[in-house]
Ligand binder design. Sequence first.
Ligand code: PLP
Length: 434
Amino acid sequence: MKFFGTMINSGGVLEIGGIKVTELAEKYGTPLYIMDQKLIEENMLKYRENFKSNRFKTTVVYASKAFLSKAICKLVEKYDLHIDAVSGGELYTIKASGISMERVHMHGNNKTDDELKMCLDYNIGSIILDNEEEIERVSNICKEKNQKIKVMLRINIGIDAHTHEYIQTSKHSSKFGESIFDERFPEIVEKIVSDKNLEFLGFHCHIGSQIFDTKAFHEGIEVMIKETKKISEKLNISIPEINLGGGFGVYYTEKDTAIDIEKFMRSMIEHIEKSLEKENMTIEKISIEPGRSIIGNAGSTLYRVGGTKETFGGVKYVFIDGGMTDNIRPALYQAEYEAVIANKLDEIEDEIVTVAGKCCESGDLIIKNRKLGKAEKGDLLLVGTTGAYGYSMSSNYNKAQRPAVVFVKNGKSAISIKRESLEDLVRNDVYTEL
Ligand code: PLP
């Protein structure tokens, strides 16, 4: 398994943030999400320091769907990032962290009226309108509350990014955004611009997630700049902002060539500056929205091995005390991961195994046919790069208790999200005889 951040081999035992995972398992139990805070901070800083230009302002918006807790919100504020939300639940969690709500930008293809009201009550930074129907709804809610709100419009720019179908978002029939190829597109923008309750900031796009094809991002920049120019000329308005979304690919296995944050951010800035020059255009601000590339490699999941099994069909299973309830990605879109037997790092890795969870589903497999060290009951198995879309997509299937999330740094650890208790599982379960 590729080591990231502060991971080291300390006498055969994996150490993260200066603490042996054996100690973390002892103290917090398993399964356990371990977040390497130093690596998260380094990634945030890399974005902040390299996505910077002296021709326009820049904002890095952390995509909170990747992982959200009060601790991550505090880091967002510390490193002067902004943060997005897609639901009332995410808005509420960010608000509960106590950070400034001006940093928050609300997405979603089907925001409810209650969620829109929350955006106004919390005085968030902006709402990213997804479609034409939403314009009037947001405007009416503003009118009711006698408030104005800054808005962007999510647009669909038709870039074909090579990633899994479920995480491609900018194809012509995507459920997200309004297509720039629609002949009514200028009319839709005009509607926003002419609405006195809305302050139109500009266009937003997000071409997909886990993208390695840097050309797709460059193409996206060109289309966004051209479209901004075209519409501002057509409607005779000034459009101050562009948001280019996230989706920068990270390493999960040897098949992935991760995007280098520092290098790629500098190249994006260069490409934006050149495209602006080419179009003879200026812009006030450009934003990006990385999620996975800030938190992905910084998170790991630690499991206890319950046993092994060699099937008649020849598959050797290692059974762990979690599974698809804490990591749905392999079952959902065939995502692949690397792992280690974290308490036996010095042993030879020559067993081809499949790591299976404990859910009542044959598809509950976290890793298929990869080499691992010999695992025995009681060992600790650690799956790397689970920081993004791990905890945030976790479920209570089979009444699994969601694991704890612990942040580690410089030999210290702190719980960020507590493990769910058995009582938590029945907290909302009421029985009334009818
Ligand atoms: N922005 C938007 C609108 C998204 O939908 C997503 C992810 O789906 C992101 C940003 C973050 O993507 P990633 O975590 O791949 O950087």
